[in-house]
Design a protein around this ligand. Structure first.
Ligand code: PXP
Length: 247
């Protein structure tokens, strides 16, 4: 068993999907998610995250190419485990792929991947992506059953879904946070690098950022919403400051 050392700096991956959502509302090319990627790169984001959905409701295929051409930041491509997405990932070769569950009717990624129940489906995806030199993560609930499954799938990274924490009642929040902290510790003990994301805001990010084993947070919807009021750069800078202060 190899223990992953706890990272000192917590990376921030900015999910720019919702810049594309606003663009797509009118079918044109403004606001351009590539410009968003360049702006967040300029203020110290550590990566760009984008979810290429089957219905292309936000990021589209050519955005991936344009983002890669326009910034040096590593791209974390979120995608469902489908043959179409695998082909795209293998052709595009992003720095990382995060396998996520996807249902057409959902508003957002509402829960984690059932890595435990879908071992046989997921195994070839993890295997092919790793063989292509792409870092693979699995977006899972912070629970032992799913983490065990990620270990069996030989995923080097897991991203814990923080939705339950973000939406917990004040009474439940401490328990959800403990669950995240326990699972982050267990992941590193098993040689897996833990990340976290979903529903994180200025108000709830710090207790998560304080979990020492976490290496990366991926944050999107709140930052893009906040950008309407203060601009994307200021929103990212403030999130970065809060994360750093919690570390
Ligand atoms: N990480 C993953 C794997 C996601 O699918 C998403 C979007 O649902 C996020 C992080 C970012 O979540 P949010 O937009 O709520 O910040």
């Amino acid at each position: 068993m190899t223990t992953v050392p706890a990272p000192r700096k917590l990376r921030l991956g900015v999910n720019i999907d919702h810049v594309a959502t606003v663009r797509n509302a009118r079918g044109g090319d403004h606001p351009d998610p590539v410009r968003a990627a360049q702006q967040v790169a300029a203020v110290g984001a550590d990566g760009i995250t984008a979810h290429l959905r089957e219905d292309r409701r936000h990021i589209r295929d050519d955005d991936l190419r344009r983002i890669a051409e326009a910034t040096d930041l590593p791209l974390n491509l979120e995608m469902a485990a489908t043959a179409e997405m695998l082909d795209i990932a293998l052709a595009h070769r992003p720095h990382a792929v995060c396998l996520v569950p996807e249902r057409r009717e959902e508003r957002t990624t509402e829960g984690g991947l059932d890595a435990a129940g879908q071992h046989n489906l997921l195994y070839p995806f993890v295997d092919r992506l790793l063989a292509a030199g792409i870092r693979v993560s699995l977006f899972i609930a912070p629970c032992e059953r799913q983490l065990d499954a990620a270990i069996r799938l030989r995923a080097p990274v897991v991203e814990f879904h923080t939705g339950e924490y973000a939406h917990a009642s004040p009474e439940q929040r401490a328990a959800e946070l403990r669950r995240l902290a326990d699972m982050a510790a267990l992941a590193t003990k098993n040689g897996i690098e833990p990340h976290a994301g979903h529903g994180l805001t200025y108000d709830n990010v710090q207790p998560v950022a304080a979990i020492p084993q976490l290496a990366e947070l991926n944050i999107g919807h709140f930052l893009v919403g906040e950008a309407i009021f203060v601009g994307l750069e200021q929103a990212v800078l403030k999130m970065r400051r809060l994360m750093d202060a919690a570390r």
